[in-house]
Design a protein around this ligand. Structure first.
Ligand code: SAM
Length: 313
């Protein structure tokens, strides 16, 4: 369907939980208590998915929190993939619990994985994730590549933390069949709101003249892609702060407690949970999507009402 600005909305980012086995410094506060009880059940997810498909959603990304902490994850992937209209099912994960589960998820219909990995240094990784094990995520990445799933590695570059590792990540994209995407830190949560933690992607691009711009894989992708000579993978830059891509935005978000959020950088939400049994659930969703805001508010004095793990990154 199209919103009031004529943007075609065909991409749903569905958060399955706000629980996570990591506490990344920019994503959630160390002592934040993650609620599990409010999570949508599989039957509720099935009804909502039916309505979204009727409205023209063709791509679904499962996210969170950490989707792998949900025991019924494979069942949810199966529910989504049972719709032939959905051409692409992807998942964003920290990869800590991925090794050993790739075959099951692929069988259920998962096609692609975005794996968050902010450091290739064991100590820095542990610090940025507040306790994560680098090698668990690396084995998950290897298993996903070997299984033939499309793999993208997401890196949030933070001033004074992992900025010196940019070259190592570019090297990874040069050798492995995966894309590395540098994502600008967004002003969500206490850490992200501090300007001294931010690095603009422009700065990274300027200091890597050996990389040249290549055509996007798809029109609506948020990243601008680059490659160097002989690269196997790509290096993408996602710059929601320095270069808004709201004009091409084709996505909406469903939080794990059933709120439809039309924009990551805006606080407006529509609570769908009370309407799941309504005959006009599809109409309610249609009306909310139609009013999708024109732009995110990252450049103004934005204060997010939820942390990233609660919204679904
Ligand atoms: N647990 C999964 C993971 O780690 O990929 C999925 C959820 S996580 C919230 C999704 C993505 O949001 C991750 O790539 C994470 O790095 C990113 N993210 C979280 N907080 C962010 C922030 N303030 N700015 C930019 N990216 C952020």
């Amino acid at each position: 369907m199209r919103d009031w600005l004529g943007r075609e909305i065909n991409y749903l980012r569905m958060s399955l939980t706000e629980r996570c086995d990591l506490k990344c410094i920019y994503c959630r506060d160390e002592n934040y208590y993650c609620r599990g009880k409010q999570e949508l059940r599989t039957d509720e997810i099935a009804k909502l998915t039916d309505s979204f498909v009727r409205l023209g959603i063709t791509k679904v990304r499962l996210t969170g929190g950490e989707p792998l902490v949900r025991k019924d994850l494979a069942e949810i992937v199966t529910i989504v993939s049972s719709h032939p209209e959905i051409k692409d099912i992807a998942m964003t994960t920290n990869g800590q619990g991925l090794a050993g589960r790739v075959a099951e998820l692929k069988k259920a219909g998962l096609k692609r994985l975005n794996i968050s990995l902010d450091s290739l240094d064991e100590t820095c990784y542990r610090e940025m994730t507040r306790g994560g094990d680098l090698y668990r995520t690396l084995s998950g990445i290897r298993e996903a590549i070997d299984a033939g799933l499309g793999v993208k590695v997401n890196v949030v570059v933070v001033r004074g933390k992992n900025e010196r590792e940019v070259d190592r990540f570019i090297d990874l994209a040069s050798k492995e069949p995966l894309d590395v995407r540098f994502i600008e830190l967004m002003p969500i949560g206490t850490f992200g709101e501090k300007s001294e933690n931010h690095i603009s992607n422009e700065e990274i691009i300027r200091s890597h003249p050996e990389l040249h711009r290549v055509a996007a894989r798809s029109e609506s992708q948020p990243s601008v892609d680059y490659q160097g000579e002989g690269f196997t993978g790509r290096v993408g830059f996602i710059s929601p702060v320095s270069h808004r891509f709201c004009d091409q935005c084709n996505r909406v978000r469903l939080t794990s407690d059933g709120k439809l959020r039309m924009c990551l950088g805006r606080n407006e939400e529509t609570d769908l949970r009370p309407h799941i049994e309504d005959a006009d659930l599809t109409g309610i969703i249609r009306e909310a999507i139609f009013r999708k805001p024109a732009k995110n508010e990252f450049t103004q004095l934005y204060h997010a009402n939820r942390r990233m793990n609660q919204i679904g990154g």
